[in-house]
Design a protein around this ligand. Structure first.
Ligand SMILES: C[S@@+](CC[C@H](N)C(=O)[O-])C[C@H]1O[C@@H](n2cnc3c(N)ncnc32)[C@H](O)[C@@H]1O
Length: 279
């Protein structure tokens, strides 16, 4: 397994994923009571964009690089950009925060984070990132196994992000089954499952499996920056959300179309938000 998120950190898919994450966390914060945030595939938590290996592909330039200097009227985009700016001291874009760092920037003293990462080097970086942070617990190992142990949490409110690298064809099935099993253990939790859109990806099969599972209230948001049949590229990505808090659908409907315009890479870009399974 060779996946290293550093090469992709801050690309259009990260921007989309992290904007949706901000939408879900901000919505959870509308209630005073504390919540738990769990990640099964947490990565390193922070990525140095000046690293020569990262500079070779520099995917971030067509992602966060396009938004970095832009002002936005959209509250979600503003909150997301504030989290990215929070790890950069000064006007230059040098560092990109991973999802754990973005979540940490948003949560309150009454909330807590549980983070799993399997790759030992990445997990060591993640543990250093949150050393001495009493609101964050880092666990090195398989995120799917950790999920079983985490749920249901005592807080009774919270969000689980599943963000696997999809290195093997079997991962599509594994992640779909994991989210349904997790929902069985904790049916009131909010779940967000990220997936890539590329030619030949079994997205329809994943959606059919979710629809057939009996789980209700599944919202899907997708962004395509290339036409969906462009070969050999990541054409876009999506997030399937179970139990999204009230009004997150409307907020994403507002935030994503302008974002697709900013992140467009091919001749056209599209964004859509739709209920895969309603109430
Ligand atoms: C897409 S990256 C995560 C990025 C991160 N969520 C973010 O947005 O900043 C996927 C991560 O999952 C890790 N990984 C792969 N399989 C795993 C597993 N079964 N359990 C936990 N982590 C895993 C990889 O090492 C990689 O760091």
């Amino acid at each position: 397994m060779n996946y290293r998120h550093a090469f992709h950190a801050g690309n259009f898919a990260d921007v989309f994923k992290h904007l949706v994450l901000v939408a879900l966390l901000e919505a959870l914060k509308r209630k005073e009571k504390g919540f738990a945030y769990f990640e099964t595939h947490a990565g390193a938590g922070r990525y140095d964009l000046r690293d020569p290996a990262v500079q070779k592909t520099a995917e971030y330039r067509d992602g966060i690089g396009r938004l970095w200097r832009a002002a936005s009227a959209d509250p979600l985009t503003t909150a997301y950009l504030a989290a990215v700016r929070g790890v950069n001291r000064g006007p230059a874009l040098r560092v990109y925060p991973g999802s754990p760092r973005i979540a940490r920037a948003l949560v309150r003293p009454q909330d807590r984070l549980g983070l799993a990462e399997r790759e030992p080097g990445e997990c060591a970086r993640l543990a250093r990132e949150f050393a001495r942070d009493r609101q964050v617990r880092v666990e090195c190992g398989d995120g799917y196994a950790r999920l079983d142990a985490w749920l249901p949490p005592p807080e009774a409110r919270g969000l689980v992000l599943l963000d696997p690298p999809y290195e093997s064809a079997g991962e599509w099935r594994t992640v779909g089954e994991a989210v349904v099993a997790a929902h069985r253990r904790w049916s009131t939790g909010v779940y967000a499952l990220w997936y890539p859109l590329k030619a030949g990806a079994p997205v329809a099969r994943l959606k059919q499996a979710l629809e057939a599972s009996g789980v209700r209230r599944i919202l899907v948001a997708e962004l395509e920056v290339w036409p969906n049949d462009t070969p050999f590229r990541l054409n876009g990505c999506g997030m399937a959300m179970i139990n999204p808090p009230w009004r997150v659908d409307e907020e994403l409907e507002r935030a994503l179309p302008p974002l697709s315009g900013q992140l467009r890479q091919g001749p056209r870009a599209t964004a859509r938000v739709e209920w895969l399974v309603p109430e």
